[in-house]
Design a protein. Structure first.
Length: 432
């Protein structure tokens, strides 16, 4: 029954499907080739930039920061004076022994020196007189202590001589007793051979003789010690601390003070002699004398702290010159690259500002905690981004040591022997 009822419905549905046409697929308009090219032109640079950002960290050691550095040579004023015309500015190039500036003594300084020399000489004469009086008093005090010490030595020597005589008598007596005891031991040994005494009696006599001999040796040693002390006292000094008199510390202090005053007096006399050898009127002859200041190295003026006409003191910093002969590259490197580097490895340096590629080799490699505190002053103090990094110094090839590179920021790669092609690709990506 079910099949008979469903059959007409099915036939009608089939007829409706035959009469209704099927929908055709809609064709989209074809994309222009220019749009495809445009998308490729955008995608390829983006892909290259992503690759350039990830490439160096994935394949070879690369610096976190680097700079072309140089050691600074300090130029100081050789003497007090007024600077002449200073024409050099920061950034100018100089050669060794090139004149940087001149200094001359101002007229006001000469006049003040001329007026002050006489006062200085008078002050030194007064000080010399004061030191001379103190020196005489110190010599008298030292003589008094020396006299006390001499009397003390005489007293000690007399006392020691008495003790030596007593010790000699005691030692002679002990030696006689020792000799007598030795003879008694010999007689006892002969008596024991004749069976007149027993072994215990001989041992008793022997022990007594040994005790007497030890006493004699002790007294002989005491005698020798007293004789040595007597000889020292007669020579003028005492070696035994227990015999040192209480005034010896005061005598030593007086001796030290006397030596100090003698040195001070000699220094003042020498200064007075030098001051007296140059008359005050001769100071005017130094008017117009100039001191020439020259560059100690060839390089670039890194800083200048003075101007024309400025009065400077001796030792004042005038110029700081970046030494062209000490150009090197300072690099901070991530610690994970440490096992891959060693002294002498090749380094490739890319100067970002100039677009130059330089080469060099590793000359030092150390952690931040091993840096010396008294290192030579460099033009740029490049600090690590992170304290847990390695500090690497690179010596550039001779043809790459140019003063114009000093201060340029850089990117440094360490390709080793088998990654030069990768390093070249990285530099090519940096220029895109």
């Amino acid at each position: 029954m079910t099949n008979l009822i469903d059959s007409p419905n099915q036939e009608r549905a089939d007829e409706d499907e035959i009469k209704t046409p099927k929908p055709r697929p809609v064709e989209l308009p074809k994309e222009a080739i220019s749009w495809r090219i445009l998308r490729l032109c955008i995608a390829i640079p983006l892909l290259a930039i992503s690759f350039a950002a990830l490439f160096p960290f994935a394949v070879l050691p690369v610096s976190t920061q680097a700079v072309v550095n140089s050691r600074l040579s300090l130029v100081k004023a050789p003497s007090e004076g007024e600077l002449g015309r200073v024409t050099l500015e920061t950034g100018d190039s100089v050669v060794a022994n090139q004149v940087l500036a001149t200094t001359s003594i101002p007229h006001t300084t000469l006049r003040s020196e001329s007026l002050g020399v006489s006062h200085v000489r008078s002050d030194m004469e007064q000080e010399s007189a004061r030191v001379g009086a103190s020196l005489a008093a110190s010599q008298q005090e030292k003589s008094r202590y020396d006299q006390m010490y001499s009397q003390y030595l005489q007293h000690v020597a007399a006392d020691l001589a008495l003790q030596v005589r007593e010790a000699e008598r005691a030692s002679e007596s002990a030696q006689r007793k020792a000799a007598s005891s030795a003879e008694e031991v010999k007689r006892s040994q002969d008596a024991m051979k004749d069976h007149l005494i027993s072994r215990p009696m001989l041992d008793q006599v022997t022990d007594k003789a040994e005790q007497v001999q030890r006493d004699a040796d002790t007294k002989s040693a005491a005698l020798r010690r007293l004789q040595q002390q007597l000889a020292d006292a007669k020579a003028g000094y005492i070696l035994d601390p227990s015999m040192t008199p209480p005034f010896m510390s005061a005598r030593d202090n007086a001796t030290s003070e006397l030596e100090r005053l003698l040195q001070e007096k000699a220094s003042l006399d020498r200064q007075l002699k030098e001051a007296g050898s140059v008359p005050t009127d001769d100071l005017s002859t130094t008017v117009g004398q100039k001191t020439t200041i020259v560059s100690p190295v060839s390089g670039t003026i890194w800083s200048r702290s003075v101007a024309t006409g400025q009065t400077v003191q001796e030792g004042t910093d005038l110029f700081r010159i970046a030494d062209a002969n000490s150009i090197h590259v300072e690099v901070w490197l991530d610690r994970r690259y440490g096992p891959e580097l060693s002294i002498g490895d090749t380094a490739l340096v890319y100067l970002s500002g100039l677009g130059k590629e330089l080469s060099g080799r590793v000359t030092s490699f150390e952690g931040t905690n091993r840096r010396l505190q008294n290192e030579e002053v460099n033009a740029i103090d490049l600090q690590p981004v992170h304290p847990d990094q390695y500090h690497v110094s690179i010596e550039l090839a001779p043809e790459d040591r140019k003063a114009m590179y000093i201060g340029q920021s850089a990117k440094v790669l360490f390709p080793g022997s088998g990654h030069r092609i990768r390093a070249g690709i990285y530099f090519w990506l940096k220029r895109m």
